[in-house]
Ligand binder design. Structure first.
Ligand SMILES: Cc1cc2nc3c(=O)[nH]c(=O)nc-3n(C[C@H](O)[C@H](O)[C@H](O)COP(=O)(O)OP(=O)(O)OC[C@H]3O[C@@H](n4cnc5c(N)ncnc54)[C@H](O)[C@@H]3O)c2cc1C
Length: 463
């Protein structure tokens, strides 16, 4: 016989959005069960890999410089959204972001001093001391103190939704099936970026060569269950956020340290030894997120960043050492590429480089003329040995496809109306605000704001 338990609010997932929902529901007098598919060590999904929240603020704070107005925040979102943004929900997230630092501090999250260096985020973003892992530990410690029940190795397998009312969930906990009846539910189980067979439906065999930067547990079955129960979909199934990562990164969970920022300092060639995109199109923080998609469309989904010794110390080094050789041809052989083709590509590029003043902090006048694709900035000849290379692959951060929610975080139905007692938050609803593009720190901010709204709403329904 299937074991059965009951609670006021069931929270599905174990990352930032889920824990924000669980703690908020608990603060509004509800008994809460959190089911996290991962074992305890891997709890916290992709949130465990994060570093910062994007926060609106009208005055300088201890942890952020100057001001970041709601209008500027919204303009930044509009700029990356490419005309596809839910303005109402975006404004809600932006305005409520202001209260997040104080609330997160109450949950035990601690913060770094404003960040110096090349990221240029000290005014707009707040960095967690100890990063995402420390934040998740703080969330879970507080949840345990508040006697929220946390089930690890507990995967949502099925849901019982009749019309627009959630009744119960079938959960596989340590291999056993348990039914949880709840007055309300919050779904916050991330995207489906780790589900290679789903990615294959839209990317074909190329998907086998993708690297997943975060957790292997975000398989998307919760999104699937909700869509089958009549929820309205949002976001395109092929859309994802992907960056260039070191090709030697592990298949899953490599996190932030595998990202490679060498691209603007040299050239990038594909397996045929050919360049395929302007490496110096714009500042790297504005361009790094297109390189995952570019590499995903190359043969074998692999590319190689080639630089020389003039620039090897100009970017954050990869966690893996570069491949080194004393000539371009030797470098190509070490990469397994056709040496004469790579030599020809480098020679053609070198001949196209125009005189200019190399200024890595500005959109400088170092560019090429007469080569396709051109390199618009930071183009210097690759001529000073030793020569270095990094293999690159597409590192998928998250997907955009999910379920539509209303401003109260209730799941919307494809046929109109909303579910009465089912809410959703986090990456599985990210497509409600952005269906493409991304703004650093927005994933956590949206997850925590909507998670809190969902948790509070679920507790109210339960009462
Ligand atoms: C390397 C990396 C760095 C990043 N850095 C930042 C950053 O600094 N700032 C920022 O804002 N964003 C960042 N992001 C994006 C950010 O991680 C996400 O926006 C955010 O963590 C999503 O939170 P979430 O709670 O929706 O999902 P997650 O944190 O991924 O949590 C989903 C949870 O659901 C669980 N789950 C999945 N399926 C089931 C199921 N069927 N049953 C039960 N549980 C299930 C998973 O185990 C997981 O714990 C980064 C992402 C990556 C990969």
């Amino acid at each position: 016989m299937t074991a059965s338990v009951a609670c006021d609010v069931l929270v599905v997932g174990g990352g930032n959005a889920a824990m924000a929902a669980a703690l908020s529901a608990c603060d509004h007098c509800a008994s809460v069960i959190v089911i996290e598919r991962a074992p305890k060590f891997y709890r916290g999904g992709n949130s465990r890999h994060t570093r910062d929240f994007r926060i609106m603020h009208e005055k300088p704070t201890e942890h952020m410089l100057a001001t970041y107005s709601p209008d500027e925040f919204l303009d930044d979102l509009r700029r990356v959204a490419g005309g596809e943004m839910d303005e109402g929900l975006a404004r809600l997230v932006v305005e409520r972001s202001e209260a997040l630092p104080a609330w997160l501090s109450q949950q035990g999250v601690r913060w770094q001093e404003p960040l110096a260096g090349t990221l240029h985020l000290a005014r707009t973003n707040m960095f967690m001391l100890g990063g995402g892992r420390a934040m998740m530990n703080a969330y879970y410690r507080t949840a345990e103190k508040k006697r929220i029940a946390i089930w690890y190795d507990a995967m949502l397998e099925d849901i019982d939704i009749a019309g627009n009312v959630f009744g119960s969930a079938q959960v596989r906990k340590n291999g056993e099936v348990v039914r949880i009846r709840a007055c309300a539910v919050v779904f916050a189980a991330g995207g489906y970026e780790a589900n290679i067979s789903w990615l294959r439906q839209h990317w074909g065999d190329a998907a086998d060569n993708f690297i997943i930067r975060g957790t292997a547990y975000n398989q998307g079955n919760t999104i699937d269950l909700l869509l089958s129960a009549g929820a309205e979909p949002v976001g395109h199934p092929q859309a994802f956020h992907a960056v260039a990562v070191d090709g030697r990164a592990p298949k899953f969970d490599g996190g932030i340290v595998t990202r490679l920022d060498s691209v603007p300092f040299g050239i990038v060639v594909n397996q045929r030894g050919e360049r395929f995109y302007d490496e110096g199109e714009d500042f790297w923080p504005k361009r790094y997120a297109i390189w995952g998609g570019l590499i995903a469309r190359q043969p074998g989904q692999v590319a190689y960043s080639i630089i020389d010794s003039k620039v090897v110390d100009k970017f954050m080094p990869s966690v893996f050492p570069p491949i080194v050789a004393s000539s371009v041809a030797d470098l190509a052989i070490r990469l397994g590429l056709d040496a004469s083709r790579v030599q020809q590509t480098v020679d053609t590029y070198n001949a196209a480089v125009q005189p200019g003043t190399f200024r890595p902090g500005d959109l400088d006048d170092c560019r090429t003329v007469g080569v396709e694709p051109c390199k618009s900035h930071w183009a210097q000849r690759i001529d000073t040995p030793p020569f270095y290379a990094y293999p690159l692959r597409a590192g998928i951060t998250f997907t955009y496809r999910g379920v539509r929610i209303g401003p109260d975080a209730r799941v919307q139905l494809a046929g109109g109306g909303a579910m009465e007692n089912a809410f959703a938050a986090g990456e599985m609803v990210a497509g409600n605000v952005l269906r493409r593009g991304y703004l650093a720190g927005f994933g956590l901010t949206m997850g925590a704001v909507v998670g809190r709204i969902a948790g509070e709403g679920a507790a109210r329904v339960a009462r």
